[in-house]
Design a binder for this molecule. Structure first.
Ligand code: ADP
Length: 295
């Protein structure tokens, strides 16, 4: 099954054009939608999840016309929204059982098996009787994935799932997502480059509502190899470098400023070749639209 998005556009009532003629083809596996805050990721996710209307365009999930056959989409969709609120005084087990009932799993024995199986899968079985309000951020996100997996969805959307998680929790969440991605379409929307480079076999970069690049992360990085140069500079020289070179990012480390510059040739002998990674691709791509980013 494929998800095909064609010429999708959306302008909000306040005049913000959140999606500009978006075209994407998304296959089974993990797909990373990478973009800075305000890029339009949530607008796109909510539209695919049938939670808001588009102005123009077409979305197909296999045979389903997503913008028209909303009920059919909802039957095969698992969605973990950016703001996933939980009822603090309810246990994970009770809550998941309740959501399973709402999703139409009405047979009690079947439901119990499914709920227990999912709690085991997301590694929350031992804490299933604890109230959700006592869960850490990572545990809440794993609970969010469990509810998204109810009903064996064919399409799973996770919107900014690792924001606020500590490194160990993020790692655990990544492992869980990559397992799920083996036989489902999983769209991971994020502004964290590592989430995409670690997990996704296909990706797109979106900024100010436009898709600026799409492809396999390894290939995209490969195409840029040999064109990124680094140099440690004095912080006060940054504006001069910005005027003279294509500075794609400035990193602060050990109290110094290191710039990464995009150039077909070595700008001058004071620059060294930099190991190119997805972060360089990301920053150079979005720098077409927004100012250089400091990390
Ligand atoms: P992202 O998820 O990448 O941060 P969003 O889709 O949330 O981006 O937002 C894209 C743009 O649309 C932003 O400029 C945001 O302020 C605007 N926006 C999002 N939702 C609404 C809304 N309901 N009404 C008006 N503007 C909105």
């Amino acid at each position: 099954m494929e998800l095909i998005i064609r010429n999708l556009s959306k302008t909000y009532a306040n005049g913000v054009q959140a999606l500009k003629d978006v075209n994407l083809t998304i296959q089974q596996g993990m797909f990373g939608l990478l973009g800075p805050n305000g890029a339009g990721k949530s607008s796109l996710m909510r539209t695919i999840a049938t939670l808001q209307e588009a102005d123009n365009g077409d979305i197909r999930l296999g045979d389903i016309d997503v913008l028209k056959q909303k009920q059919d989409v909802r039957k095969v969709l698992g969605y973990l929204p950016q703001e996933f609120g939980v009822y603090p005084k309810i246990t994970a087990e009770t809550m998941l059982d309740h959501i399973a009932t709402l999703k139409g799993i009405t047979h009690p024995k079947e439901r119990k098996e499914i709920v227990e199986g999912l709690l085991q899968r997301v590694n929350l079985f031992s804490v299933r009787k604890k109230n959700l309000g006592t869960y850490s951020g990572g545990m809440k996100q794993r609970f969010g994935i469990a509810q998204a997996l109810l009903g064996n969805p064919k399409l799973i959307i996770v919107d900014e799932p690792t924001a606020g998680l500590d490194p160990a929790e993020r790692n655990r969440f990544h492992n869980l997502l990559s397992e799920i991605g083996e036989n489902t379409i999983v769209i991971l929307s994020t502004h964290i480059v590592d989430d995409v480079s670690n997990l996704c076999k296909d990706m797109a970069i979106i900024c100010l509502g436009e898709v600026l690049a799409q492809g396999n992360p390894v290939q995209i990085v490969e195409e840029m190899k040999g064109k990124v140069w680094k140099k440690i500079i004095d912080k006060k020289e940054i504006d001069t470098y910005r005027q003279n070179c294509k500075v794609i990012s400035t990193h602060l480390f050990a109290g110094k400023t290191q710039i990464h510059v995009f150039s077909d040739q070595q700008p001058d002998t004071s620059f060294e070749s930099a190991e190119t990674d997805l972060e360089d691709v990301y920053f150079s791509t979005i720098s077409q639209k927004v100012d250089t980013i400091t990390i």
